[in-house]
Structure formats: structure tokens, C-alpha cells
Write a protein that binds this ligand. Structure first.
Ligand SMILES: C[S@@+](CC[C@H](N)C(=O)[O-])C[C@H]1O[C@@H](n2cnc3c(N)ncnc32)[C@H](O)[C@@H]1O
Length: 257
């Protein structure tokens, strides 16, 4: 059952809303910085994802899309790709569910413009924020949120909104970076501290954006905390699947019927 107090708290996520990478900032400044960052990297965003993850993000996203497609009612229902970026999940979902209403919602006009050009009308695209979603209460079958929660201005508010818009039996499919296993962490830390910002500088001309990425991943809670807090907040049957020794994690959280 929904627990508003636990939804309000989502303790491990709340501190993210006061940071921009390693720097403490006001919420409004965070909102502006994050939006400008994604507007700026949008043209090279997909290429950078392939380079940084050696293409593995495609497999992780396929698993997320499969989980969303398997939601009861999704085949002819409404699925929101929140923080949908350049639209790769939405377009993969369209191939699986030709009849569904698929809506990509993202705060960055630059990212939405890339998605729109790529989608050519196959999905709906909206500039919208996770904290105030333009959907009726209990009107959505599934929300996919892939590598987006970490970037929200107010991550607990976004989860509250997801809870509001989902129908009974609906699903949140949450894909995020996580904490790798202890033995793998030193190697991963070297890669993320040195290689990712250097790649970012080379490919997108923006070292700062990719330093933000690495810092925001470091601040993001581990997968068990996310599972615990989603369960405490009232989501039912929260499942967890880890990828590459815990580098990324896929949560599927259902709303009780
Ligand atoms: C790392 S990208 C993820 C894009 C895509 N979902 C993927 O998996 O590749 C994060 C996205 O979150 C979006 N974003 C940031 N803050 C947001 C907010 N408050 N509401 C909606 N989208 C937001 C950004 O504009 C960006 O497109």
C-alpha cells in the first residue's frame, strides 16, 4: 500500500537533489545545469554511450524494454519513457508493441529534438519534467526510467509522480548505474575517473559533463537501498537484476492491483 511518508522521504535519493556532481547547489541551479548539460551533449549522446559502455548499454536497455513490454495491459496501453533522452528505449519498445501509445518525456529540448528527428512520428515526444508529469492520475501502464532518476531535480518527487500516474498493476522499470562488486570497483573507478571524462572531452567537447556523470553515479545509492525504499514507499514485488558485476541495475517495481 502507498505510504506517503516513505514516498516523501526516499532517504537515499533525497540528497542528490542538492548537488550538481560533487558540488552542492540549490535545486533551481541544479535544474538549469542539468538541462543545459543535456542540451549541449545531445548530438553526441548516443555515440558516447556506445563508447563508454562498449555497447553494453544496448543490452541493458533491451532488458528494460522487455520488462516494460511484459506489463499486463501494455500492448494496447500507455507507456511513458521518462527522461527518455534520444529515444532508443521508446523506439525499441515500438518494435515490440505496435499498438501501444508510447510517450517520451524529457526535460531537455535538445534531447527531445534528437528523439523527434529519429522517431519520425513513431512515438509521441514531449518536453516535460519527471517531477510534474503531464498525465492523468492512474492513466499509465508502465514508466521506463533509464539512467534518468539520478539526473532529476528532485528524485523523490519524480518517484511520487510515477506512483501517481501508474494504474493499479502498473510497473516502474528503473535502469540506473549502481555500485560494482568490491573486487571490480578499483578497475571501474580508474575507468570512470580518467577514461570517461577524457572520452567526453574528445567526443562531445565537454569534459565537465562527463565528470558530472561520474560524480552523480558515485552519489547514487546502491541497488539494495533502492529496492528497500521502493518497497517501503508502497511498490509491490520489487525485483532487481544486476549487470556487469553491479555496474548497472534494473529494478522492476509494481503497483498492487
Ligand atoms: C543520461 S540521460 C538518459 C537518456 C535515456 N533514457 C537513456 O537511457 O539513454 C538522462 C536524461 O534525463 C533527462 N532529465 C534530466 N532531468 C530531468 C527531469 N527533471 N525530468 C525529465 N527528464 C530529465 C535529461 O534531459 C536526459 O535526457
Amino acid at each position: 500500500m502507498k505510504d506517503d511518508t516513505a514516498l516523501d522521504r526516499l532517504q537515499s535519493l533525497a540528497p542528490l537533489g542538492e548537488t550538481f556532481g560533487a558540488t552542492r547547489v540549490e535545486a533551481q541551479a541544479r535544474r538549469t545545469f542539468v538541462r543545459e548539460l543535456f542540451d549541449q551533449v545531445a548530438p553526441r549522446y548516443d555515440l558516447m554511450n556506445d563508447l563508454m559502455s562498449f555497447g553494453l548499454h544496448r543490452l541493458w536497455k533491451q532488458a528494460a524494454v522487455a520488462a516494460a513490454a511484459a506489463t499486463p495491459g501494455a500492448a494496447t496501453g500507455t507507456i511513458v519513457d521518462l527522461a527518455g533522452g534520444t529515444g532508443d528505449l521508446s523506439l525499441a519498445l515500438r518494435k515490440r508493441l505496435p499498438q501501444a501509445r508510447i510517450v517520451l518525456a524529457d526535460a531537455s529540448p535538445g534531447m527531445v529534438a534528437v528523439a523527434e528527428a529519429r522517431a519520425q512520428g513513431k512515438i509521441e515526444c514531449k518536453v516535460a519534467e519527471g517531477e510534474h508529469m503531464p498525465f492523468e492520475t492512474a492513466s499509465v501502464d508502465a514508466v521506463m526510467l533509464s539512467f534518468g532518476l539520478r539526473n532529476m531535480t528532485d528524485p523523490p518527487a519524480a518517484i511520487r509522480e510515477v506512483f501517481r500516474v501508474l494504474k493499479p498493476g502498473g510497473r516502474l522499470v528503473l535502469l540506473e548505474f549502481s555500485k560494482p562488486a568490491a573486487w571490480f570497483a578499483p578497475l571501474y573507478n580508474i575507468f570512470s575517473r580518467f577514461v570517461i571524462p577524457a572520452l567526453g572531452a574528445l567526443v562531445s567537447g565537454n569534459r565537465g559533463a562527463y565528470r558530472y556523470l561520474v560524480d552523480s553515479i558515485r552519489l547514487f545509492p546502491d541497488a539494495q537501498s533502492i529496492t528497500r525504499e521502493l518497497t517501503a514507499a508502497g511498490f509491490d514485488r520489487v525485483t532487481l537484476r544486476r549487470f556487469v558485476f553491479g555496474v548497472a541495475a534494473l529494478h522492476v517495481a509494481e503497483i498492487a492491483e
